[in-house]
Design a binder for this molecule. Structure first.
Ligand code: ATP
Length: 297
């Protein structure tokens, strides 16, 4: 961003100056320091080329080209039925694609199970989170990865609590009592615990399935801040959403899916929030409809 363009300015009109200002607007910044990781900027962590998926006779995805890069947030937007869940399921190992190639860290892959995707460093945080609501924050943090001690392999609760506290603090998550049941946290806090857990257990890619869909404005802001932190710590983040405003606050790259196809593929500098919103709202179709209605009247 150049010095004369203030951060956070949203264009109030559709003039060229307004569009240029929005293009140069940075994604939201986090002020707290976070450890950054050196990343290989040339090879995408995940690359999809011409990926398609059919369910029997239903064609859910066609010709998807997508690059997920370390340190970047790639936003995938789309309405209901656009193919977002199918795309997540392919990258997360729940479904195999039927056409095209998926490359993970430079190697062609087709995951046979979610475990294979996790082993390849791909962590997925689903909307329903798969957290156990009655269990404490620290038990959830270490679920399926418990630290044990001694010949009887007893749970090392003290160490797990300490690590949970430290990891949440590193992300700037203010949660002093890790003994609290996860179910007592707000939706935003639960998302943040799940994000911190994925980072701690070494994910290279973090897929977030509509993390702000069920949240109010304030809690969405908190989650969006951690989305940026995850990218700043070196992860490639895939942020699935139907909200162009949330996407624009955090995204480096934007893809819009429509009826299983890519309707837009743009880097941050190539599009404004207004254009993204218009494309999501079906701007071209609406203009065509307005035209037809005018002609028909
Ligand atoms: N298991 C399935 N069997 C048959 N068709 C499916 C299956 N899963 C999804 N589809 C179809 O594939 C298309 C894409 O669906 P998908 O769930 O990926 O979209 P989406 O963008 O995630 O929508 P939503 O936001 O409503 O979850 C839809 O036409 C849907 O009906």
């Amino acid at each position: 961003m150049s010095a004369e363009e203030p951060a956070g300015r949203v264009p109030e009109d559709d003039t060229k100056a307004g569009r240029v200002a929005a293009r140069n607007e940075p994604r939201i910044e986090t002020t707290d320091p976070i450890e950054t990781t050196d990343t290989d900027e040339t090879t995408p962590v995940i690359q999809l080329e011409g990926v398609g998926k059919t369910y029997g006779t239903v064609r859910a995805l066609t010709g998807i080209d997508l690059e997920v890069r370390a340190g970047e947030v790639t936003c995938v937007l789309g309405d209901n039925g656009a193919g977002k869940s199918t795309l997540i399921k392919i990258m997360a190992g729940l479904h195999e694609h039927t056409t095209g190639t998926m490359t993970v860290s430079g190697k062609p892959r087709k995951f046979g199970s979610p475990r294979e995707a996790v082993e390849a460093g791909i962590a997925t945080v689903y909307q329903d989170l798969a957290l156990a609501p009655l269990m404490s924050v620290w038990r959830n943090f270490f679920l399926a990865n418990e630290i044990r001690k001694g010949p009887l392999k007893l749970l090392d609760a003290d160490r797990m609590k300490q690590i949970t506290r430290e990891e949440l603090a590193k992300m700037g998550i203010d949660l002093p009592d890790v003994d609290r049941p996860v179910g007592s946290l707000s939706g935003g806090q639960r998302q943040c615990v799940a994000i911190a857990r994925a980072i701690y257990f070494g994910a290279k890619v973090l897929i977030l399935d509509e993390p702000t869909a069920a949240l109010g404005v304030k809690q969405s802001g908190v989650v969006l801040k951690y989305v940026v932190r995850a990218a700043n710590s070196g992860l490639g983040v895939v942020f699935i959403t139907h909200n162009p405003h949330h996407a624009f606050l955090v995204g480096d790259h934007f893809v819009i899916l429509k009826l299983g196809e890519m309707a837009l593929d743009a880097a941050r500098g190539e599009i404004t929030v207004d254009q993204l919103t218009e494309q999501m709202a079906g701007g071209d179709e609406l203009a065509e409809l307005a035209h037809e209605m005018r002609d028909g009247s």
